[in-house]
Write a protein that binds this ligand. Structure first.
Ligand SMILES: [Zn+2]
Length: 240
C-alpha cells in the first residue's frame, strides 16, 4: 500500500489522538470513584436489613414487656384481694396464716416480675439506641453516596468533554486519508492496540523493538511512499 510521506506522518497524529481517547476511555471505565460508589451502594442494604431486624426485636420485646406488665397487674390484684380478705371481719382466724403466707409469696413474685420488667426495659433502651444509630448510619451512607455519585458525574462529564474534543480532532484528521489506508490502520489498531508509530532511529515507536541493521537498511531504502510495517508488532512504521 502507498501513501505520501506527509500523509503517513499524519498517521502519527491519528495514533496520538487514539491513544488519548483510549486513555480517557479507560479512565472512565476504571474511575476510582466508581469503586467508592459501589462500596457505598452495597453497604446500604446490609444496614437496612440490620435495621429491620432490630425493629422486629423491639416489637417482640414490647410485646414481652406488655405480657410482664399484665402478670404484675394480676399479682397486684391478688395481693389487694388477699389483703382485703385479711382485714375482713368475715375471715376466720384459722385462715389468716394461709392468707399471710400467700401475700408473702405474691409479694416475692411481684418483686421478681418487676425485676424482669426492669431488665427488659433496659434491653429495650439499648435496642432503641442501636436503632437510632442504624438510622443515622443509613442517613450518613446515603448522604455520602449522593456526594460521591455527584462527584463521579462531574468527573465523568469532564472526561466526556475531553473525549469530544479529541474525537472532533480525529474526525478532521481522518479526512486526510484514503479509505484503504484507514481500514488498514484500524485493523492493526484493533488487532495490536497501536495502528502506527514513528521509526526512531532503528527502533519501533510502538513496541520499542530494535531492528537489525539489515532490516533497518531495507526499510530506509524502501520507496518513501510505500507503507512499511514493524515485523514485531505489525504497526505502520512512519519514517521521520
Ligand atoms: Zn513494533
Amino acid at each position: 500500500m502507498k501513501a505520501q510521506p506527509e500523509i503517513q506522518r499524519k498517521l502519527i497524529d491519528l495514533a496520538f489522538l487514539d491513544s488519548q481517547l483510549s486513555n480517557i476511555n479507560s479512565k472512565i471505565i476504571n474511575h476510582p470513584l466508581k469503586l467508592r460508589v459501589t462500596e457505598l451502594e452495597n453497604r446500604v442494604p446490609g444496614i437496612e436489613a440490620t435495621k429491620v431486624e432490630n425493629e422486629s426485636k423491639i416489637e417482640e420485646l414490647k410485646k414481652q414487656i406488655n405480657r410482664v406488665e399484665i402478670d404484675a397487674e394480676n399479682v397486684k390484684k391478688r395481693i389487694e384481694s388477699d389483703t382485703a380478705r385479711l382485714n375482713s371481719s368475715e375471715t376466720n382466724a384459722k385462715q389468716l396464716p394461709q392468707i399471710q403466707h400467700e401475700i408473702q409469696t405474691m409479694n416475692a413474685k411481684l418483686s421478681e416480675i418487676e425485676n424482669i420488667e426492669l431488665e427488659l426495659l433496659s434491653h429495650l433502651d439499648e435496642l432503641g439506641i442501636t436503632q437510632k444509630n442504624l438510622i443515622k448510619m443509613v442517613e450518613e451512607v446515603s448522604f455520602e453516596l449522593k456526594i460521591q455519585k455527584n462527584n463521579l458525574d462531574i468527573e465523568i462529564n469532564k472526561l466526556i468533554e475531553e473525549k469530544t474534543i479529541f474525537s472532533k480532532s480525529r474526525d478532521k484528521i481522518l479526512l486526510n486519508f484514503e479509505q484503504d489506508l484507514i481500514k488498514l490502520y484500524e485493523k492493526i489498531r484493533l488487532d495490536h492496540g497501536i495502528g502506527a508509530a514513528i521509526l526512531e532511529h532503528n527502533k519501533c515507536g510502538a513496541c520499542q523493538i530494535t531492528m537489525s541493521p539489515a532490516e533497518f537498511e531495507q526499510i530506509i531504502n524502501t520507496d518513501p511512499v510505500e507503507i512499511v510495517r514493524c515485523e514485531n508488532c505489525r504497526c505502520i512504521l512512519v519514517r521521520s
